[in-house]
Design a protein around this ligand. Structure first.
Ligand code: SAH
Length: 346
């Protein structure tokens, strides 16, 4: 019998689950706190839960945990983890240290099926989606290992969060619960390559999270060359969805723009980008692409990145050049897992 991932249940779902064992709902609340506030990894550690219930839970359920397979610390303090899941698959998470606190970048899938040409995460395709409990376990395992509180989360690791929609929504509910680790929605950013119908669904939930779009190209020609998803939902459809999202949620959307030498970094591109985002109050994060093995792309040099930023600003678009934290430890999305599995001869 396949066991239920008990750490994937929202508090409400957990109370229902527990009622199924003939238990009062308050036990669900107690269990939720053990799992997400005290963050125990074994049922036997739940000292105020009756023994008979513990035994039943052990029979039927599993707490998602993961182990640190590898840990690298970069010169700038960035910590990169390779986590092993219970089934032996690996995912990555990165903890970045900023003045305002620790931010963790988590994975939402093992691999990815979006096929972006510059991204290491997608090279072996999608293996499987993570459960909500496994995504929580990334945060909890890192929190137990680092100094200081993890206060911010970005869903920018391996995988496409909106391609694992239900589990990611449960993760957001659990992780922001004040009976759990209590990381507020306003401190969470979800990044997507642009699954338009899911952006619309997400808008309806009116969460306080920040939505980030991996745009990377201002025209269909450029973007389709970099990101196959653009053949399904083109630039105009994507930006229209972002405008609807802003309208529905009252939250600004931000845009990621990885700069590739000779591909998307011309003066014309800056102009096209500014036209596209006009009137959105949008913020653009510019990041020189991190070249991955087997990719034809090389990074725009720092001088040209600054020039592109200045051009955008003259055209009325706010832009920041992202610090490249952890480049010395292959912290670009999916690189560590890829290195590990290539070594293993996958
Ligand atoms: N699937 C989601 C989240 C994961 S990727 C998304 O596409 O947004 C997180 C960010 O890293 C995305 O903006 C992605 O486009 C970017 N990225 C991936 N590989 C990169 C690389 N080699 N260099 C720079 N940015 C990269």
């Amino acid at each position: 019998m396949e066991k239920n991932s008990i750490s994937s249940f929202t508090e409400e779902a957990l109370c229902d689950y527990i009622k199924g064992f003939g238990q009062p709902a308050f036990r669900g609340k107690q269990l939720f706190k053990w799992l997400h506030q005290k963050r125990v990894t074994q049922f036997s550690q739940m000292t105020d839960i009756p023994k008979a219930l513990i035994e039943k839970l052990e029979e039927n359920s599993v707490i998602d945990t993961l182990t640190i397979r590898k840990k690298q610390i970069g010169g700038d303090g960035t910590i990169k983890y390779l986590f092993a899941l219970a089934d032996g698959n690996c995912v990555e998470a990165v903890v970045m240290r900023y003045e305002y606190g620790n931010t963790i970048c988590v994975s939402t899938q093992v691999g990815c099926r979006m096929g972006c040409r510059f991204c290491a995460s997608t090279q072996g395709g999608l293996v499987r989606s993570l459960t909500a409990g496994e995504i929580c376990a990334e945060v909890y395992t890192a929190q137990a290992d680092v100094d200081g509180r993890i206060s911010n989360i970005v869903l920018m690791g391996i995988g496409e969060p909106l391609d694992n929609y239900n589990n990611v929504m449960d993760f957001l509910t659990i992780i922001s619960s004040d009976n759990g680790i209590n990381i507020g929605m306003r401190n969470i950013t979800l990044s997507t390559c642009g699954l338009v119908p899911m952006i619309d669904e997400l808008a309806q939930r009116k969460l306080g999270i920040t939505l980030a779009i991996s745009l990377h190209g201002p025209t269909d020609e450029i973007r389709s060359g970099m990101m196959p998803i653009n053949n399904k939902y083109n630039v105009d459809e994507l930006i229209a969805a972002c405008r609807r999202y802003q309208h529905t949620t009252g939250r600004r959307v931000s845009f990621e723009y990885a700069m590739v030498n000779g591909v998307n970094d011309s003066a014309d591109c800056a102009k096209q980008l500014s036209t596209l985002l006009k009137g959105m109050g949008a913020h653009v994060n510019l990041i020189p692409i991190n070249p991955v093995d087997g990719s034809a792309y090389s990074a725009t040099d720092a001088k040209n990145v600054s020039r592109f930023k200045e051009r955008l600003e003259v055209l009325g678009i706010n832009a920041t050049v992202r610090r490249r934290l952890g480049t010395d430890i292959s912290a670009a999305c999916g690189q560590l897992r890829r290195e590990e599995s290539t070594k293993a001869g996958e």
